[in-house]
Ligand binder design. Structure first.
Ligand code: ZN
Length: 161
């Protein structure tokens, strides 16, 4: 089938910086997502539309089409108690958190006593990036997946929500 809104798409991907240095890759452990929900960077989502298994694309994207621009307002000070496991909080800890309406990628950049400084800018913000994407599978999303807004794996690692 071809990719359209509300399909579950699995891809292999490689992300390099403008100089070609490898930053991130799926390393065979594919990324699955519901198409049309903004999981892929804006500059790639449209390219997926109507494509099928085997489709490959290489594309260089500026920050506005990739992970956006740095916003200093997204450097936040929070209390250690707000973390689920306050004793595990350390500089470099990366996690995802809901900020405003967005799920954002966050990194702890400083700790002073009970105060934790978190940078909620994506680590690839401001970067021009080279993307290589290959579509592995395309299937229809289940009703449950659409309701939850995310893909359910085959290993049942789905916590109750
Ligand atoms: Zn779910």
């Amino acid at each position: 089938m071809t990719i359209s809104k509300n399909c579950v798409v699995s891809i292999d991907y490689v992300v390099k910086d403008a100089d070609g240095t490898l930053l991130e890759s799926s390393e065979g452990d594919d990324l699955s997502f519901i198409h049309g929900m903004g999981v892929l960077v804006p500059g790639l989502e449209e390219d997926m539309e109507g494509k099928e298994t085997g489709f490959e694309i290489k594309k260089t994207l500026g920050p506005d089409e990739a992970f956006g621009r740095r916003d200093e307002a997204l450097v936040l000070e929070v209390s250690k108690e707000e973390f689920e496991n306050p004793e595990d909080v350390e500089v470099g800890l990366a996690f995802q958190a809901e900020i405003g309406d967005d799920i954002r990628f966050c990194t702890v950049i400083q700790i002073e006593g009970d105060k934790v400084v978190v940078d909620a800018n994506h680590p690839f913000a401001d970067k021009t990036l080279q993307f290589e994407v290959k579509v592995k599978t395309v299937r229809e999303a289940s009703e449950e997946e659409l309701e939850h807004g995310h893909v359910h794996g085959t290993e049942g690692h789905h916590d109750d929500h």
